[in-house]
Ligand binder design. Structure first.
Ligand code: DSN
Length: 430
């Protein structure tokens, strides 16, 4: 077991200390392939674990409801300045606790209850807050959903790409007040330009939910939606590699409404320790080395996707342009569900998540798909060759999922690989 800093940090609570060390060990001895996860830097972890957690700071810099916020104001201002500079935006709100809060705050800021929003359907790759019936968003606003083009067997035109004819037709028909671009389980580059064109044709506002690709945008590996969208939302902990949280960028004319919707509209006291960690990550993302990192994420994803296809998995949309691949498991094994695959891979030390694929005949709890991503293990230093190895390990684990000895052997191989690519190697104390 690797040495965890928590042994030194938490000396008076053996139970929690032990659990944190176990999780430290899990993260560094098994493969982290969940597309929405990453390894935050030691500096981000340190800021998240700082005394700023002690402070109440409802309000915004210069306009707080509590005393003692002079330094906190500087922290939040620094985070806002770094973020607007990183994306070239007019205004930033760094208080959302998560991406879902950020999205709901934008709806609250820009719309009235009952207004129409055009967004991507969950099973086509959209997010819960894009109007899923189980999300509170569908209770307050009227959602119309676009999807992807039909699957095709033509390798040059595989389908399952965003269907812009569908987006335009629905926009013309329903005249939404807001169009949402962006996805949660979609492996292709999302061009903001055609969304802007359609929004302008129908007089809609445009929100780009860049939760998954915010890091790729910051690194210059994907196009920046800020010049096109009225509002951009994202989480800070995925490809951006910051602490767990959300953020909103918007044009100056919406700044006041967005700020009011986040606080007091949606949230109470901001998590200033997390905001300090966001500031750390925004500075990290502004370094030239971050562009090298995000380019490598995409290169790794392409190599991983090709190797998985070589192992018999079908890649939804025929490939990948970003950090993830969405796999249709039915071509690999018609009986294998996403749930069973995720559980078998977990036993082999390979962490993934099951995911619905477009028009999935199975429920969201079972699914026919699996989503994998390269952001975390690219942080750990893995390159194309390691991801080809990982694809082979995944295929072996799923083929031999009923054989405990074979799974144990794969788990040992995974641990050896992870031992050579530890994102926190040498980091044993603050
Ligand atoms: N849970 C996130 C993801 O995994 O994509 C979306 O909120």
């Amino acid at each position: 077991m690797s040495t965890s800093p928590f042994d030194a940090w938490i000396t008076n609570d053996d139970e929690v200390s032990s659990l944190l060390s176990q999780e430290w060990n899990r993260q560094t001895s098994t493969l982290q392939l969940i597309a929405s996860e990453n390894f935050a830097s030691p500096a981000v972890l340190a800021a998240t674990g700082s005394v700023l957690t002690n402070k109440y700071a409802e309000g915004y810099p210069g306009r707080r409801y509590y005393g003692g916020n002079q330094i906190i104001d500087e922290v939040e201002d620094l985070a806002r300045r770094r973020l607007t500079a990183l994306f070239g935006a007019d205004h930033a709100n760094v208080q959302p606790h998560c991406g879902a809060n950020a999205n709901v705050a934008v709806y609250q800021a820009l719309l009235d209850a009952g207004d129409t929003i055009l967004a991507m359907r969950l099973d086509q790759g959209g997010h819960l807050t894009h109007g899923s019936p189980v999300s509170v968003t569908s209770k307050y606003w009227h959602f119309v959903s676009y999807g992807v083009t039909p699957r095709s067997d033509d390798p040059d035109a595989p389908g399952e790409h965003i269907d812009f004819d569908n987006v335009r037709d629905l926009a013309m028909q329903h005249r939404p007040k807001l169009i949402v671009a962006g996805a949660t389980a979609y492996a292709r580059l999302i061009d903001p330009a055609p969304f802007r064109e359609i929004a302008d044709e129908v007089g809609a506002l445009l929100m780009f939910d860049s939760a998954h690709v915010a890091g790729l945008i910051a690194g210059g590996s994907h196009p920046n939606p800020v010049p096109y969208a009225d509002v951009v939302t994202f989480t800070t902990h995925k490809t951006l590699r910051g602490p767990r949280g959300g953020a909103i960028l918007c044009r100056e004319e919406y700044a006041k409404k967005v700020d009011m919707a986040v606080f007091p509209g949606q949230q109470g006291g901001p998590l200033e320790h997390v905001i300090a960690a966001k500031a750390v990550s925004f500075r990290e993302a502004a370094q030239p080395s971050f562009s090298v990192y995000t380019d490598q994420i995409v290169k790794n994803s392409k190599a991983f996707g090709a190797a998985l296809a070589g192992e018999g998995f079908r890649l939804v949309s025929g490939g990948t342009d970003n950090h993830m691949a969405v796999l249709d498991l039915r071509d690999f094994d018609a009986e294998l569900t996403g749930k069973e695959a995720q559980e078998a891979l977990d036993r082999a030390g390979i962490t993934t998540n099951r995911n619905q694929i477009p028009d999935d005949p199975r429920s969201p709890f079972i699914t026919s798909g699996l989503r994998v991503g390269t952001a975390a293990e690219t942080t750990a230093g893995m390159k194309e060759a390691q991801f080809v190895t990982v694809a082979a390990l995944m295929a072996r684990a799923l083929r031999s999922r009923g054989d405990d000895a074979a799974i144990a052997k794969i788990r040992a191989e995974v641990a050896e690989l992870c031992g050579a690519f530890n994102p926190y190697a040498g980091f044993t104390k603050l």
